[in-house]
Design a protein around this ligand. Structure first.
Ligand code: 6LW
Length: 496
């Protein structure tokens, strides 16, 4: 059976997975977007369905004013004694915390904070003990993967924080996950930074607190030596065993725009890579330690059929699952109906690290046709291809003194310009179409069945390599202006 990577497309970084009975559950980081920590389920590790988010209340996570790519960093999802736990970091306040639920399809608890620094927290449960790990510096000032024991009811530290492994010398040692497999304790981590030098490394020991011996052939997984290969930056993974006893790594990676075009704008996505344990107890991963865009494996059940949703509309998506806001929205500015959306603008623009009137869906692939009808009274409303407040392309209709105009605005760093505009006189509605490819977006106004091209813009100027940060392009619908009431209908994002 053959499957294609990524198994979850679009800006869904830092995956963590656990298996309960016959179902796999997976979470990802979400930075400044709300709700936070998208939550998925699967029966086969290949087809994933979002079931909600873990952070759905402002009391769980404070995102007001967090910078782009601040906020919610990597999470870990674990299950112990009938209870799910999700631990993560609010990187803006530098606080590690966890929440829990006894119903993964329901609400999660209020945050329980842990007084250990660093990022990428992990939980490991054994013999009524809870081990909490993160990267950073321990109480003796030693760096590495730092561990303490905590009271899982209160989060209180029960032991000092101690560095238990210092990695293999790569920069940015992070993403620790501890497992007990066949009598050995395995400590998996990431090194090299979440870009082209990214790696997965690991060590093993006879105790949950080490000492740990590094796998002799680290990194166990990296694409850093595959110059020109589309899949790059693989690392930051979590191990899981399937019902047939095979092991897998779900990890992040990104797809660059082209074979020799080292830019990515879709964000870091979720990849599935096979893992093999040797008789010596060490494991290897992937194809000679690399991740491929597809794997053909005889130990995958033949009845697994990889499905992919290609068309997203208002009618076939769910506002609270598929869509997201920038930080905390003012809900009375959003009228979310099954087949239309009415947005009320404010004075907050897309150029501010705030919460403009904006609701978005992750761009999940390169080639797409994005379309929506927009009508408004005042102000401005339309579609934005949004990486952050300094890197977004806006395709909108706006009120001007002579009536209305449709504009193409490019915002790339210090360059913020309306590069094309069409005067639509007294017509206060527009049918907007954006054609997306690997390298370009084309902006077309549909008038009486004809398409008028306003212009095009390169995808690479919305890439993480240009913008920086840890997110990916979000297809946003927005309204701006105190007196702006905008109606959106017939939204469709079709991947080709
Ligand atoms: C994540 C950490 C990282 O917590 O980026 O670069 C953070 N490495 O593993 C956000 O994705």
């Amino acid at each position: 059976m053959k499957y294609h990577n990524p198994v979850i497309k679009g800006f869904y970084p830092d995956p963590s997975v656990c298996k309960v009975n016959d179902t796999y559950y997976l979470v990802c980081s979400s930075m400044q977007y709300f709700p936070g920590v998208p939550l998925f389920e699967s029966k086969d590790l290949i087809n994933w369905t979002q079931i909600g988010h873990c952070l759905t209340r402002k009391s769980q996570i404070q995102l007001d004013k967090v910078n782009s790519s601040g906020g919610v960093f990597a999470p870990t999802l674990r299950y112990n004694n009938g209870r799910f736990y999700m631990t993560t970091t609010n990187d803006t306040t530098r606080q590690n915390f966890f929440i829990w639920t006894d119903d993964i399809y329901g609400e999660w608890s209020e945050p329980i904070y842990v007084d250990q620094g660093g990022i990428d927290p992990d939980l490991y449960f054994e013999d009524n003990k809870t081990y909490f790990m993160s990267n950073g510096t321990d109480d003796l000032g030693i760096g590495g993967i730092v561990q303490c024991q905590i009271d899982i009811e209160t989060g209180r530290k029960l032991t000092p924080s101690r560095s238990i492994w210092q990695g293999t010398g790569g920069r940015f040692l992070e993403a620790p996950h501890l497992y007990k497999i066949n009598g050995w304790y395995y400590l998996l981590a990431a090194e090299g930074g979440t870009e082209f030098g990214h790696m997965a490394t690991y060590a093993r020991g006879a105790s949950p607190s080490g000492p740990f011996e590094a796998y002799p052939h680290n990194p166990v997984l990296t694409n850093r030596n595959l110059g020109g290969y589309e899949v790059q930056a693989v690392g930051h993974g979590d191990l899981v065993q399937d019902e047939f006893g095979s092991w897998w790594l779900l990890h992040l990676g990104f797809r660059q725009i082209g074979q020799w075009i080292p830019y990515h704008h879709l964000g870091r996505e979720v990849f599935l890579t096979p893992v093999t344990f040797g008789v010596d107890g060490w494991f290897t991963a992937g194809h000679n330690g690399t991740t491929l865009s597809s794997f053909e494996l005889d130990h995958l059940p033949n009845d697994v059929n990889q499905q992919e949703k290609k068309c997203y509309t208002f009618e076939n998506t769910e506002w609270e699952k598929d869509w997201c806001y920038l930080r905390h929205p003012q809900h009375d500015h959003y009228a979310l109906e099954d087949n239309k959306l009415v947005l009320t603008g404010t004075g907050v623009t897309l150029d501010q690290a705030g919460s403009p009137t904006f609701i978005g869906i992750r761009q999940k692939d390169f080639n797409a046709v994005i379309s929506c009808d927009v009508s408004l009274s005042n102000g401005e409303a339309g579609i934005t291809l949004y990486m952050d407040e300094n890197h977004h392309y806006d395709f909108a209709i706006r009120k001007v003194s002579s009536g209305y105009e449709v504009i193409e605005r490019l915002n790339v760093g210090d360059i913020k310009a309306i590069v094309n505009a069409i005067d639509v006189k007294q017509v206060n509605r527009a049918s907007l179409v954006i054609q997306a490819s690997h390298t370009r977006y084309r902006f077309l106004l549909q008038v009486d069945g004809e398409e008028i091209e306003l212009g095009t813009a390169q995808t690479k100027y919305l890439s993480s390599e240009v913008a920086g940060g840890f997110t990916g392009v979000i297809i946003g619908l927005y309204a701006y202006g105190e007196a702006c009431s905008a109606e959106f209908s017939h939204f469709k994002c079709e991947y080709l």
